[in-house]
Design a protein around this ligand. Structure first.
Ligand code: CTP
Ligand code: MG
Length: 229
């Protein structure tokens, strides 16, 4: 395939505090990872999918991507992740086939992201050869503070975006950016931009929020209940 999707699911989920690593925690009767994979498999374009999970859970994740007939989904690979998200992405990148030209990196924790967002970022990279990142307007008023929590200023919200995943990149430029990264970046777009590449934002989706805390999990459960009703 021309498109590769790396689903990072190797985190422990400290802030969620579930009994299992976050991607394997239950959401409406299935795991968070299974919900995420539904969205990935719903993409219009054929893609190679690399799922990056805690090393102890590689076999369990492999059985998730195997259907009832025992056949693995075409072009899906499961590999062990690293100590940081950035390391997990790098381990996923190493698994991509030579045919892949556009790479999407997606947080498994954004379990309810519509497939349409995946399709849109692929189209964006194909048209621009830039990094393409989904983002939404910030609704809270944002204050910059000093060490004592004294307010320094109110930041102009109009020029801020809260960014989500999947983030999509031309493959060769992303590989090069990862090869030269010297520190941890907060997302792939920041790492990609640090190497001198251009990143543009397209409209994200409220449903692409990241399940981080127990409150987020309740919100996801509620949204799934609403759509089931
Ligand atoms: N991730 C990963 N490998 C890591 C750390 C994070 O693959 N070493 C993945 C997580 O599984 C998640 C995504 O990166 O899908 C975003 O990270 P985050 O929401 O911070 O998840 P966790 O690190 O698992 O949660 P926490 O920070 O609360 O421990
Ligand atoms: Mg984390």
């Amino acid at each position: 395939p021309i498109v590769g999707v790396i689903v990072v699911a190797a985190g422990s989920g400290t802030r969620l505090g579930a009994a299992r690593p976050k991607a394997f925690a239950p959401l409406a009767g299935r795991t968070i990872l299974e919900h995420s994979l539904d969205s990935v498999f719903g993409m219009q374009r054929e893609s190679q999918v690399v799922v990056v999970v805690p090393s102890a859970l590689v076999d369990e994740a492999a059985s998730m991507v195997t259907d009832a007939a025992g056949a693995a989904h075409k072009y899906v690979r499961v590999v062990a992740g690293g100590a940081t998200r950035q390391q997990s992405v790098a381990l996923g990148l190493a698994e991509l086939d030579a045919s892949v030209r556009i790479v999407l990196v997606h947080d498994a924790a954004r379990a309810l992201t519509p497939s349409s967002v995946f399709d849109a970022v692929v189209t964006g990279v194909a048209q621009t050869a830039s990094g393409i990142v989904p983002g939404v307007a910030v609704t809270d008023t944002i204050k910059r503070v000093d060490d004592d929590e004294s307010v320094v200023e109110t930041v102009d919200r109009a020029e801020l975006r809260a960014v989500q995943t999947p983030q999509a990149f031309p493959r060769a430029a992303l590989d090069a950016a990862y090869a030269e990264a010297e520190r941890e970046h907060t997302d792939d777009a920041a790492l990609f931009a640090a190497a001198g590449n251009t990143v543009s934002i397209i409209d994200g989706d409220d449903r692409a929020f990241k399940i981080t805390t127990p409150w987020d999990l309740r919100r996801a459960e509620g949204l799934l209940r609403d759509t089931a009703a």
